[in-house]
Ligand binder design. Structure first.
Ligand SMILES: NC(=O)c1ccc[n+]([C@@H]2O[C@H](COP(=O)([O-])OP(=O)(O)OC[C@H]3O[C@@H](n4cnc5c(N)ncnc54)[C@H](O)[C@@H]3O)[C@@H](O)[C@H]2O)c1
Length: 263
């Protein structure tokens, strides 16, 4: 696994407890690490037991971290994950709704079951966590929720209907929750562009990074994104330093959505 030192003070989130969904791999794993490096305690709520256990073992060098098996599409699992965090730390200050899955294929072949499953994992899960966690998050008047959307909320390739629809929903659910749960809880979302997660997978799934010159140069910043690019923003948004920011969507895509393309 790649590591990246956080640029934040290690007491930025001291005394705070955080829950990261899908924290076993990818952006979620980097976010769990960045939160730990900023001083928070972290519960990884993850469906893949191997990934969750491995992440918790590896990240324990950075701080107080625990793994809770959790399928975010199941209400009982969501409640159990929140109870695990509250049982361990007696508080929950930060919730990062990171899980996102894709099931592609032409809309004519996309089944209702597939569409609904993507919706359940990517969007309904955020409602479920908000429903069950809002009271705990707001208890000290400085809770923070960070939802992971996507630039696909704003633009598409063909055959991404379920995923894109969910991500648009995440952006809207974010501002709705921000208005409803404020001032006790701030709610923001991050829309990543292309983030290379190959080296943040569980060890059995890691693969070398293989980017072409075109992959890099199509980004105005000259490279593909890394999980820590997103994790750092999540830490900032979770902290009191972002106390005047709520209901917003932050695009982190190396400038791709600002680039005009004429063919
Ligand atoms: N990687 C990118 O390029 C990119 C771009 C835009 C948005 N995103 C978004 O960022 C988030 C993280 O993406 P990633 O690329 O790191 O994904 P990833 O596949 O590397 O990791 C996602 C993790 O979530 C877990 N997970 C999946 N379904 C789950 C469920 N039902 N319950 C609990 N855990 C579950 C997986 O086991 C995995 O460990 C997603 O919301 C994704 O849509 C990623």
């Amino acid at each position: 696994m790649m590591t990246g030192r956080s640029p934040f003070r290690e007491d930025l989130l001291a005394g705070r407890a955080a829950l990261v969904t899908g924290g076993g791999q990818g952006i979620g794993r980097a976010t769990a690490l960045a939160l730990l490096e900023a001083g928070a305690s972290v519960l990884i709520a993850e469906i893949d037991q191997e990934a969750g256990q491995e992440a918790a073992a590896e990240l324990s060098a950075a701080g107080d971290v625990a793994f809770q098996p959790c399928d975010v599409t199941r209400q009982a699992d969501v409640q159990a994950a929140l109870e695990a965090a509250l049982g361990r730390w007696g508080r929950l200050d930060i919730l990062v709704n990171n899980v996102g899955i894709a099931r592609g294929g032409p809309v004519t072949a996309l089944t209702l079951d597939d569409f609904n499953h993507v919706l359940a994992a990517n969007l309904t899960s955020i409602y479920l966590f908000a429903h069950h966690a809002a009271e705990a998050l707001g208890r000290d008047g400085r809770g923070a929720m960070v939802n992971i959307a996507s630039t696909r909320a704003l633009m598409s390739e063909p055959h991404t209907e379920a995923y894109s629809a969910c991500k648009g929903g995440v952006v809207a659910l974010t501002h709705s929750l921000a208005v409803s749960l404020g001032p006790a809880v701030r709610v923001n979302c991050i829309s990543p562009g292309w983030i290379e997660t190959a080296q943040w997978k569980k060890s059995a799934a890691q693969r070398p990074i293989d980017h072409s010159d075109a992959d890099r140069s199509q980004h105005p910043v000259g490279r593909v994104g890394e999980p820590m690019d997103i994790a750092r923003m999540a830490v900032y948004l979770a902290s009191d330093a972002a106390g005047f920011i709520t209901g917003q969507n932050f695009i982190i895509d190396g400038g791709m959505t600002r680039k005009m393309i004429y063919v």
